[in-house]
Design a protein around this ligand. Structure first.
Ligand SMILES: [Zn+2]
Length: 143
């Protein structure tokens, strides 16, 4: 992994990292640009060309299509998914324990590609509850 800083043209390892050369940190829309200038999106030669353009003082102006591509890619990345809030997790756990763990499992499948962190959290809450739930049902119905 490597990414070209959109301000100084220096290299850093991750696109969402503070630039070690100039201290620039990409945020918001800037994160999309940072991703476009990373090895996730560009080959070595293109990265080199982008770095030289930035160093020459040319502004980085990605097209709408490029920004949309970055947005799609970042939407699927574990690092940019804020995941579930504490309250949402408690609600999911309460539902799993008192009613059924099904909503959590369905949500996990639903979110798998778009919100990987939320999906894992829903699974972490619901899977053990599902096991406990099935165990309880079986135990209750055993003669
Ligand atoms: Zn920099």
């Amino acid at each position: 992994m490597t990414s070209v800083c959109a301000r100084c043209g220096g290299r850093r390892v991750r696109f969402d990292q503070i630039c070690p050369a100039c201290g620039h940190r990409a945020e918001g829309e800037g994160l999309l640009v940072a991703w476009l200038l990373s090895s996730d999106n560009l080959g070595d030669a293109e990265l080199q060309a982008a770095a030289e353009r930035v160093r020459a003082g040319q502004p980085v102006r990605p097209s709408d299509a490029q920004l949309a591509r970055a947005r799609r890619a970042l939407g699927r990345s574990y690092g940019t998914d804020p995941g579930l809030s504490g309250r949402q997790r408690v609600a999911l756990l309460a539902c799993a324990l008192t009613l059924t763990p099904l909503p959590g499992l369905v949500a996990a499948g639903w979110w798998w590609t778009e919100r990987p962190r939320a999906a894992l959290q829903a699974l972490a809450v619901s899977a053990p509850a599902a096991v406990a739930w099935v165990g309880m049902v079986v135990w209750t119905w055993l003669p």
